[in-house]
Write a protein that binds this ligand. Structure first.
Ligand code: NDP
Length: 325
């Protein structure tokens, strides 16, 4: 099934004031791209050094509340964790029926954390790209993957607005991908809570086993990641495929990798754990409720301290100090 869309029309934006709320990683990049697409975005930000940067670049900078009130289309580009309170206190009061709120990630909307007035369209235009590259890939016309969806179509023409905003920030250069806040949020959380912990655990366990087998910290950590070889391999995975890149390894390596992979149980404990994370933690909303608790920030700090005190972190610090890296 072809899930890409490309033909978008900026006409849906004509005569409508666009506000970029938050001039951070995404906000600075998207505001510049909107302007180079022939639009005149208003920037909303708190008074600080970012605002000075925005003014130097010639943007019309106002407070977030003023920019939201001026906007027919408001791009919400502040960090996810501040969005619920900011929308309630400063953004929602400025939105009127017929306006559009554009989110760049699905989390808060999908988990019911954004109070958006009735009659306001809610859409998602979510670049799968860091802000700096959103700008660079607009300038060089390479484009970037961009998830788009209509979450609430109060006006009946929310799709036109969505595709036009996506096009104006450069999000259709590479073909936007029709998705949903639920899909975007769930897949992000799944990577964060299933895939990356498994990868970190693999590295941590490999380090422990290899050091216990008598090999030096320096050799083990370089083999595992300090050499940046895994980053090289993943770059080739993206270009040549998960198995296509195996040709870059020795035949001994190919045989070792494939025989060991074949011996692993695809339906085993890892699959059961990933399924539990997807359904019990993420799709049920349990994680979102846990992370919304006031004490969650302190728990994050405690988890950081625990990770920093682990044997692999201590070994890494020692090896780096010795090598001066
Ligand atoms: P940043 O952390 O770069 O955004 C910071 C901006 O938000 C700054 O302008 C900052 O203002 C403002 N801000 C921070 N806290 C507050 C607050 N309490 N009240 C008012 N303004 C505040 O965010 P990102 O650009 O990384 O993320 C924006 C959105 O884009 C998020 O929804 C994110 O999920 C999404 N996204 C991010 C991607 C990325 O690669 N970064 C990729 C795709 C989507 P100040 O200068 O005053 O601190």
């Amino acid at each position: 099934q072809d899930r890409t869309v490309d033909a978008a029309d900026l006409a849906a934006l004509s005569g409508r004031t666009i506000a970029v709320l938050g001039f951070g990683n995404q906000g600075a990049a998207q505001a510049a791209n909107l302007r180079d697409s022939g639009l005149a975005p208003v920037v909303g930000n708190r008074e600080d050094e970012y605002v000075a940067g925005a003014r130097e670049q010639g943007f019309d900078v106002r407070s977030i509340a003023e920019a939201a009130a001026a906007a027919d289309i408001a791009l919400l580009l502040v960090p996810d964790e501040v969005q619920p309170d900011l929308v309630r206190d400063e953004v929602a009061p400025g939105l009127r029926a017929g306006d559009t709120l554009v989110v760049a990630s699905g989390y808060n909307w999908h988990f019911g954390l954004l109070a958006v007035p009735d009659g306001v369209d809610v859409v998602m235009v979510a670049p799968r790209m860091i802000g700096a590259a959103v700008r660079d890939r607009y300038v060089d016309r390479h484009g970037f993957p961009c998830f788009v969806s209509v979450e609430r179509d109060a006006t009946g023409h929310a799709w036109d607005t969505t595709l036009a905003v996506a096009r104006a920030i450069g999000g259709t250069l590479g073909g936007a991908i029709v998705s949903s806040a639920r899909e975007e949020a769930a897949l992000d959380l799944f990577s964060e809570q299933a895939v990356w912990p498994a990868i970190l655990d693999v590295v941590r366990t490999a380090h422990r086993v290899a050091v216990e087998a008598g090999f030096s910290e320096e050799a083990v950590l370089n083999e595992l990641y300090l050499s940046a070889e895994p980053a090289e391999v993943f770059a080739h995975v993206a270009r040549e495929g998960l198995f296509g890149q195996l040709g870059l390894h020795s035949r001994t390596s190919q045989y070792g990798q494939l025989r060991s992979l074949a011996a692993l149980d695809e339906q085993g404990e890892l699959a059961r754990r990933f399924t539990r994370v997807m359904h019990d933690d993420i799709l049920s909303g349990a994680f979102a409720r846990e992370w919304s608790r006031p004490e969650a920030g302190e728990q994050l700090e405690a988890l950081h301290r625990e990770a920093a005190a682990s044997p692999i972190a201590a070994a890494e610090a020692e090896v780096r100090a010795r090598l001066g890296t």
